[in-house]
Design a protein around this ligand. Structure first.
Ligand code: SF4
Length: 311
């Protein structure tokens, strides 16, 4: 074992493994940087199944130092935990034990952070330190890992590989990681998905998209885009280096927030002609005043289709 590398153990809870898929799509040179700094001592999709038992015993015996514990997926507790038994420990017991030994504990993806889809129908299922917006989760609201940090929450369905790898490289280099009120690294969650969206002009002048998939128009007014209410770097750090939902003509559906998933993802609800949910920080009065003027004076060039005109 290379002692200069971080020992990282990755566990799966109740998960579709989407964050593993996202991680495996990490681009170069990011992935190489990660592998240079990390000793991936166990990953459910990469390692042999029996390796988990071996590595966990070695950690519990003190033969392997656990630097980073990563959990992907929600965790059931109590009698609802029918996931697996490892040396007599259920998943929740294993998570409790390992998180008490790890220098850093990372929740990767919305299920590990908030409980998300697996927690919708099962009240005993939650994320590591949250259940939706309620602080607590499996580890409790006061949990601190050995480094003194609470769970580092990297939300998203899935989370972008660069957000995850960026956090791990920050840990490896000893860089201070600032967290927001949901335990998410500010470096990646201080901004809204709306920030950096190429449709901002259309938003400001209230020019609506005619349909999903087109290049022109804002998706907030007709298609339920949650970019102005969702914290993520999706339009600042592009997916596969080239795109994002709103760049490809699909609305942001708020997958980094505690209330994801919600019903009617692609629909903007209106009350008397005003969107039922306004962008964060925008008052009803301000919206009514500005949007009426914007729509009236929107430049003609924004009302035309530019690329797919005539289709
Ligand atoms: S499409 Fe969504 S993210 Fe883009 S400008 Fe409109 S509201 Fe903002």
């Amino acid at each position: 074992m290379n002692s200069e590398k971080l020992n990282l153990l990755w566990l799966h809870g109740l998960t579709c493994c989407g964050n593993t898929q996202s991680f495996l799509c990490a681009e170069e040179p990011l992935l190489s940087s990660f592998l240079r700094k990390v000793n991936l001592i166990y990953h459910p999709a990469i390692s042999e199944e029996e390796e988990l038992e071996v590595k966990v015993r070695a950690i519990l015996n003190g033969d392997i130092k656990l630097d980073v514990l990563v959990l992907e997926g929600a965790v059931p507790k109590g009698e609802s935990d029918k996931t697996y038994k490892l040396d007599g420990m259920s998943l929740s017991e294993l998570v409790l034990k390992l998180s008490s030994l790890a220098d850093y504990t990372v929740a990767l993806g919305n299920c590990a952070v908030y409980g998300n889809i697996p927690a919708l129908k099962e009240k005993n299922v939650s994320g590591l330190q949250y259940r939706f917006k309620e602080k607590g989760g499996i580890l409790g609201k006061d949990f601190r890992s050995k480094s003194g940090m609470p769970v580092i929450n990297i939300s998203g369905c899935p989370a972008h590989p660069e957000w995850f790898i960026g956090v791990i490289l920050s840990i490896a280099s000893g860089k201070r990681i600032l967290l927001d009120s949901y335990g998410r690294p500010k470096e990646f969650y201080a901004y809204y998905t709306h920030d950096g969206c190429m449709r901002n002009q259309y938003y400001e002048w209230k020019v609506e998209a005619e349909s999903m998939g087109t290049k022109e128009g804002c998706l907030f007014y007709n298609f339920g885009c949650r970019g102005p209410m969702t914290k993520s770097s999706c339009n600042r750090i592009l997916w596969n280096g080239v795109s994002s939902k709103t760049r490809s003509g699909q609305p942001c559906f708020g997958c980094t927030e505690f209330d994801f998933p919600r019903a009617n993802l692609w629909e903007t609800k209106y009350n008397m002609g005003i969107p039922a949910e306004l962008p964060e920080g925008v008052s009803l009065r301000g919206y009514i005043m500005v949007s009426g003027i914007a729509k009236t004076f929107a430049p003609d060039r924004l009302k035309r289709r530019l690329i797919d005109e005539g289709e």
